[in-house]
Design a protein around this ligand. Structure first.
Ligand code: 5AD
Ligand code: SF4
Length: 464
């Protein structure tokens, strides 16, 4: 994969000039961003908020904002339905306040026909732009504020990387850092390669600089983001990137990894690194070789299980999580049994489980052997029940140990309690003063809740 071009400094400058014109010409405005979908989208929204604040906009509740911006997802059809419902609900407010600006951006707008579908249902939307045009928000917003209807969904699917975008981070403790964009894998069910374009990696030096800036701002944990982080190729491999980032912040996580690219070098780097947490999100999607082939996942069940064994051997306490699709076209009961037996064998800490959702334009959507919805739901239920048992077992395995925990905030469940996560990614609630928020402490694990651990602050050594 060749390194791709960054957006030119000249073009970024011209966006900054538009930002200045918005700031001067339209002072005192407010914004509200509604985000759907994955961590990539959540991080894109942090960049959108950063750009808006650069333009003098201040955050506000949706009911009060002068600009409401929806950052959309199209990975499954429920994300689309929710979006259309929520945008439609604004039509009344737009009638009462005609200078309210409504913008819709992100993956669904980049999808073929997505913007047209939205505009036919919600013609009052002022500003529409896709994933390739996110960095052009200042220019697009300036046009919208000047009374034009703005539609910017084109762009090169090989994409260009905007460096130096403003960012307003949602947390002062943990932050996301995009290392690569796009996906080349074309799993047959997935719309992502069509809306996020081809794989392109940021330069190693740009990533290290951003990580160092985050560390100077006090961030303790960085989540490296990409559709396929272990295909990273920004003049270095992904394990080399992890090596370059080791020690910059106390904790590093990454997602998402493709099992086909889980190399021995990456496993060795995980075992060695001081910063990389013992957690691995490794989507399997199905346990059936036939379904994996039809999904174009390019690995077999045996290969996946071999990689899991290698990972566990090198990093014994690693917490594995996964994504699984139930009811892919043509999936038989025997195929699904293969998925259940794989889940039983691997013993994930947790799993994101989905019902297959046809996405127009993907290869699987053209099939005719869809699994009936009732069977899909019944399979999903069995999968969830099985995973719940594994999750409970994984949580129980931690009881009695002392774990290093990054305290993320006050517990939502109990007054006087704090909540944080272990290196393995499990949430722990324990009593403690709010002055500890943002700190790394040792916590003795005393018991388990439904999806969380309970503990108390421990002195001394961590048991792993
Ligand atoms: N239907 C159901 N689940 C899907 N995913 C991606 N596309 C689809 C689809 N069409 C799931 C996969 C992926 C996760 C992010 O979303 O499990 O890993
Ligand atoms: Fe979609 Fe597959 Fe790419 Fe993941 S690797 S984004 S599931 S096409």
């Amino acid at each position: 994969m060749a390194q791709s071009l960054v957006v030119s400094a000249q073009e970024m400058d011209s966006q900054m000039q538009c930002a200045a014109r918005v700031r001067e010409g339209f002072p005192g405005r407010t914004y509200h961003i509604v985000t759907y979908g994955c961590q990539m989208n959540a991080h894109d929204s942090e960049n959108l908020a950063g750009m808006l604040e650069e333009m003098g906009f201040a955050p506000a509740a949706q009911e009060e904002a002068d600009l409401v911006l929806f950052n959309t997802c199209c990975i499954r059809d429920n994300a689309e339905r929710r979006l259309l419902g929520n945008v439609s609900a604004l039509s009344q407010r737009k009638r009462e306040k005609p200078d309210l600006l409504i913008g819709v951006c992100g993956c669904m707008m980049q999808q073929a026909g997505g913007a047209q579908r939205l505009l036919s249902l919600c013609p009052f939307v002022d500003l529409v732009f896709g994933t390739h045009n996110l960095y052009r928000l200042p220019e697009l917003l300036l046009s919208a504020l000047s009374g034009q209807k703005v539609l910017a969904i084109g762009g090169d699917e090989r994409g260009r990387i905007p460096e130096g975008l403003p960012v307003k981070r949602a947390s002062a403790i943990q932050g996301s850092l995009t290392i690569m964009y796009g996906c080349n894998n074309f799993c047959t069910y997935c719309i992502v390669p069509y809306v996020r374009g081809r794989e392109r990696s940021r330069r190693l030096a740009d990533i290290v600089r951003e990580a160092e800036e985050m560390a100077s701002a006090g961030i303790q944990e960085i989540l490296l983001l990409g559709q396929n982080v272990n295909s990273y190729d920004g003049g270095a491999t992904f394990p080399e990137l992890l090596r370059a980032l080791d020690g910059v912040v106390p904790r590093i996580r990454f997602m998402t990894s493709h099992p086909k690219d889980l190399s021995d070098a990456l496993i060795a780097e995980m075992a060695r690194s001081r910063s990389v947490c013992p957690q691995f999100h490794l989507p399997v999607q199905s346990g059936s070789d036939k379904v994996l082939r039809e999904m174009n996942r390019v690995y077999t069940r045996a290969h996946y299980l071999e990689r899991v064994r290698a990972l566990r051997q090198a990093v014994p306490d690693v917490g594995l999580t996964t994504d699984i699709i139930a009811g892919f076209p043509g999936e038989t009961e025997a195929d699904f049994q293969d998925t259940l037996s794989l889940v039983e064998e691997v013993q994930y800490d947790s799993a994101f489980t989905f019902i297959y959702s046809p996405r127009a334009g993907t290869r699987a959507a053209a099939r005719e052997d869809f699994v009936p919805p009732q069977v899909q739901h019944e399979r999903l239920d069995r999968l969830i029940a099985l995973q719940e048992t594994a999750t409970a077992r994984a949580l129980r395995s931690q009881v009695g140990s002392v774990q290093q925990v990054l305290i993320e905030g006050a517990s939502r469940r109990r007054e006087g309690y704090l909540a944080g996560r272990t290196g393995r990614g499990m949430t722990v609630n324990f009593p403690g003063p709010s002055s500890l928020i943002g700190k790394l402490v040792f916590v003795r694990i005393l018991g388990t809740g439904a999806n969380t651990l309970r503990g108390e602050i421990a002195q001394g050594e961590c048991s792993k």
